[in-house]
Design a protein around this ligand. Structure first.
Ligand SMILES: [Zn+2]
Length: 350
């Protein structure tokens, strides 16, 4: 899998980019000829960079006029210092630092314009063999993500503040709209997205941390209709829009961050995950956030029960319920976290 990171740099490459554009245009103009570096040597761009540009623009059979060109540096022309997290491009006399994890196999390509460096890295395809799986239940009220490990019985909850923050922004926006402050409302919408994006990123990071450190895979509900809407469209209640946005954002961020660290992710069929008892497998009753099983007497927070059910549907598992014993009368979820190191920050959020 190839993955690209965008890194802001503060170096002026105008001169190089000018030359690159000339080479690209030359290659496009002379499409029928077999262009080599010798044909563009006079332009004065480093051979490695020039050859890469010729290679890229030769392939394009329809382009007539080159408008925007990036400098394209092949992986073999990049020096990598993993310890210092530094990428050096000798042909440009340029080096910069990266902050993404060192889990990639190699740098396959670096593209540079006057603002950003786009670093494409190859990630290992193989996923680790996991000991067990944790289920993640995504919600729009209360905690947006609840993680549960059917193997250990441990539970962690995340992102309680997200629905509140969403509502707060929506309320202020409604006031602005009432005052016909279109600009202010649009600016606030951007601010809202950034804030919620940061919060969902945090939640995804914590979940993947837990899975990675406890050697678990992650089970998520299959992303179906409700999470395919990528945009955050406001409706009257504000609920459906948060719904689709959060589901899409969280699921894709968790999947991506997990892949980066070799943690397997399974998307399971969400059918009845919130209706069945995770202890005995029979249908139970829900009273808002409370789940009760009339068969075995199990009582649990409804989201936690759902998260256990999701965790139990990992690939290859035929068993539909856990042998966790009955925690009779335990109202709500055990608050113990899967990793003690995270409990402090989570308590701060609660
Ligand atoms: Zn039961």
């Amino acid at each position: 899998m190839i993955f690209a990171y965008k890194i802001r740099h503060h170096t002026d490459f105008s001169e190089y980019l000018q030359k690159a554009k000339r080479i690209a245009q030359f290659t496009v103009n002379q499409r029928n000829r077999d262009i080599t570096y010798d044909n563009v040597k006079h332009i004065g761009l480093n051979a490695v960079l020039a050859q890469q540009l010729i290679k890229v623009y030769k392939r394009n059979k329809t382009l007539k006029r080159v408008k925007k060109v990036n400098l394209v540096v092949p992986g073999r022309a990049v020096l990598l210092n993993r310890a210092r997290k530094e990428i050096c491009i000798p042909s440009l006399g340029f080096s910069f630092y990266y902050s993404f994890p060192n889990t990639f196999e190699k740098v396959s390509l670096v593209e540079i314009n006057n603002k950003y460096a786009y670093v494409s890295v190859t990630l290992p395809e193989d996923e680790r063999d996991v000991r067990s799986w944790i289920g993640i239940d995504l919600n729009t009220t209360g905690h947006v993500a609840v993680a549960a490990s059917p193997e250990t019985g441990k539970v962690a909850k995340f992102g309680k503040e997200i629905p509140h923050r969403y509502k707060k922004y929506e309320n202020i926006k409604a006031h602005m709209r009432a005052r016909r402050d279109r600009e202010g409302s649009m600016a606030l919408e951007r601010k809202k997205r950034r804030a919620l994006l940061n919060l969902t990123n945090d939640v995804a990071n914590k979940i993947v941390d837990i899975a990675s450190e406890t050697n678990n895979g992650i089970c998520l509900e299959r992303v179906g209709g409700r999470s395919k809407h990528r945009t955050c469209v406001s409706d009257a209640s504000g609920q459906d829009s948060l719904n689709s946005w959060i589901f899409y954002q969280l699921a894709t961020t968790i999947e991506l961050k997990a892949k980066l660290r070799g943690v397997p992710v399974a998307f399971i069929d969400p059918y009845n995950t919130s209706k069945l008892c995770s202890v005995c497998g029979h249908a139970g009753k829900r009273y808002q956030k409370k789940f009760e099983c009339p068969v075995c007497g199990h009582v649990e927070h409804a989201d936690v029960n759902a998260a256990f059910n999701i965790g139990l549907r990992y690939p290859g598992n035929a068993q539909s319920h856990a042998d966790r014993g009955v925690c009779e009368g335990s109202d709500g979820a055990p608050e113990e976290l899967l990793i003690t190191a995270l409990s402090a920050s989570e308590r701060a959020l609660a």
